[in-house]
Ligand binder design. Structure first.
Ligand SMILES: C[S@@+](CC[C@H](N)C(=O)[O-])C[C@H]1O[C@@H](n2cnc3c(N)ncnc32)[C@H](O)[C@@H]1O
Length: 232
């Protein structure tokens, strides 16, 4: 059966151009996230496992969408050399200013403000695209627009890598994720994790689903989504 592909970007829905990651949240983000990740073996370990999942090497052009304070982008930049570079994009100027402060001058990483519904890059500009804990922050229409934009700026025959929460099968981890989502995120974030909602949205944006890895008792998922090669 043929897939239903809707890779035309609808009018941007995030009209205000803001996220909840303003001044207060941006300052709290790194320490809170670090603490939150302690029971799961630590933030660095999860991020490094995600980078290994994607295996970035050499001189590619890498995009980290919803890069926040830049922790993942900086770790990826350590793996990129030669003509390669990592670009981190986020809507929050406060998160970006922390990212720039953490970056220093030695790594090939750049941060710029941008809305993932309307990415400020030409078509097929990147070899690899990452998004960690970004998709659950969006309402469903924003997320669907973002996935289509990611598809547009990714080179054909290359991949998007997603790290986010997952509704585990086992009762306790499932309850933990569901409770966290209900308390700290909105309804769309929870719905994204139910059934195959996210996988369906990824396919509707034009991607082919690649391998999926569940980690930490299924509390987190790593997904690869491939943009098919151009047919000659
Ligand atoms: C939970 S944080 C994740 C940050 C980082 N990727 C990480 O792994 O720690 C979500 C980030 O998404 C950003 N964001 C939310 N909506 C966005 C949008 N429409 N365009 C760009 N960034 C957005 C927020 O500003 C915030 O920095």
């Amino acid at each position: 059966m043929q897939k239903k592909v809707t890779n035309t970007v609808a009018a941007p829905t995030n009209a205000g151009g803001e996220t909840r990651f303003g001044l207060a949240w941006s300052r709290l983000y790194d320490p809170v996230f670090w603490l939150f990740m302690l029971p799961f073996g630590g933030e660095r370990r999860l991020r490094r496992a995600f980078i290994d999942f994607a295996a970035p090497q050499g001189g590619g052009q890498v995009l980290d969408i919803c890069c926040g304070t830049g922790t993942l982008a900086l770790l990826i930049a350590e793996k990129v050399w030669g003509s390669g570079r990592v670009v981190g994009v986020d809507l929050s100027p406060e998160m970006l200013s922390l990212a720039r402060r953490k970056a220093g001058r030695d790594l090939p990483v750049f941060f710029r403000r941008g809305d993932c519904e309307k990415l400020p890059f030409p078509e097929a500009a990147f070899d690899k695209i990452f998004i960690s804990f970004g998709l659950h922050e969006m309402t469903a229409p924003v997320r669907q627009n973002a996935l289509r934009e990611i598809y547009r700026v990714l080179q054909p025959d290359h991949s998007l890598f997603i790290l986010d929460f997952h509704l585990a099968r086992a009762v306790l981890p499932r309850l933990a994720v569901a409770t966290f989502m209900r308390l700290f995120e909105d309804e769309d974030a929870y719905r994204m994790l139910v059934g195959d909602t996210l996988l369906r949205e990824i396919e509707e944006a034009g991607f082919t689903l690649g391998p999926k890895r569940l980690v930490k008792a299924g509390v987190f998922q790593m997904l690869r989504a491939d943009k098919p090669a151009l047919v000659p």
